[in-house]
Design a protein around this ligand. Structure first.
Ligand SMILES: [Zn+2]
Length: 321
């Protein structure tokens, strides 16, 4: 066999392999809208793509979030809703500003009013997110509206996973939509704590686990879950925070912490191997901004060496301020 034939063969084998991976992971899955309750639906398509949730009432539909990652995107959803229902989408709710969760939702702007936390709108405008720009925003810890006799409660517990994340509660349906604080199945770990407030996130996870009138929790990705998973995630975040903090107090550099904090006791949390490094570095960064080391301790002498490459250390070298 000559070289060009071998190359052609390996190309065919390679394409077949890629096709089998795509088929296994379901990236090409035909999108569908599945019932969670009689009146609440979730888009099901590519695994791990952000969830889009639809709540149906006699007077109109409410859409919470949407993703461009997969075939069940808002353009598809709009056609599907027009096919199934004879009432329009009246409200679009954005859970937070992360584009993966709100992509392309401007397709509903012709009939819907878009609602979010006030800071979500600020992030959307600054980052030029591909989504609907909110028409109505709220600043406080809660807002409510009613449609078709159903109550919709939007909670804001402060800065958690991001500084603008909200949860959407439909008590009549026993449903709480809680993207990126609730997790489903075995994928309990999130990629990082980049724009998070870890300590308030820990407090909020407990509050969400105790909300009344919640039978079903819809997470940001994958299928439904229950309120006890908030506490499973809290257990991991507390353990990671405390282990990273202990090492920092002992003067360890971030490189040393990456070696010693292995979180092996959480190996059944599913996706920990994928995200442990970014979890530790972003937790270290969060705790760096949380604590002030003693200026004369050994730990304080390690300020500079404890920074990852590229961290803007210039403003932090003058000791206690
Ligand atoms: Zn997010």
């Amino acid at each position: 066999m000559n070289h060009s034939k071998i190359n052609a063969l390996s190309l065919i084998v390679g394409i077949a392999f890629l096709q089998s991976v795509v088929a296994q992971e379901g990236w090409d899955t035909e999108p569908s809208l599945v019932n969670i309750t009689d009146n609440v639906f979730r888009t099901v398509h590519r695994p791990a793509a952000a969830n889009s949730v639809v709540i149906a009432t006699d007077e109109g539909l409410v859409v919470v979030d949407g993703t461009c990652r997969g075939r069940g995107d808002p353009a598809w959803l709009k056609e599907e809703l027009a096919r199934r229902f004879d009432v329009p989408v009246k409200y679009v709710i954005l859970s937070h500003d992360h584009e993966d969760h709100i992509c392309d939702l401007q397709v509903f702007d012709d009939t819907a009013v878009t609602i979010s936390h006030a800071r979500t709108r600020e992030h959307i405008l600054r980052e030029n997110r591909n989504t609907s720009i909110p028409d109505i925003v709220f600043h406080q810890d809660q807002m409510e509206f009613f449609l078709g006799g159903k109550q919709f409660i939007l909670y804001y517990f402060g800065h958690t996973h991001s500084d603008n994340l909200i949860q959407i509660h439909i008590p009549d349906e026993g449903v709480l939509i809680a993207p990126d604080l609730s997790r489903s199945g075995k994928s309990l770990v999130l990629p990082d704590f980049r724009d998070a407030d870890v300590n308030n996130m820990i407090d909020t996870l407990e509050k969400l686990s105790k909300l009344n009138d919640v039978d079903i929790v819809i997470p940001g990705h994958r299928g439904t879950t229950t309120q006890d998973r908030f506490m499973d995630y809290q257990k991991y975040v507390i353990a990671l925070r405390d282990r990273v903090l202990e090492q920092m107090v002992n003067g360890a550099t971030v490189e040393e912490i990456l070696e010693t904090v292995t979180m092996e006791d959480f190996s059944d949390y599913g996706n920990i191997d994928l995200w442990l490094r970014s979890n530790i570095i972003s937790m270290w960064d969060n705790m760096y901004r949380y604590r002030e080391p003693n200026v004369n301790s050994d730990a304080a002498g390690d300020y500079q060496s404890s920074y990852p490459i590229g961290y803007p250390i210039g403003g932090y070298q003058s000791g206690n301020q």
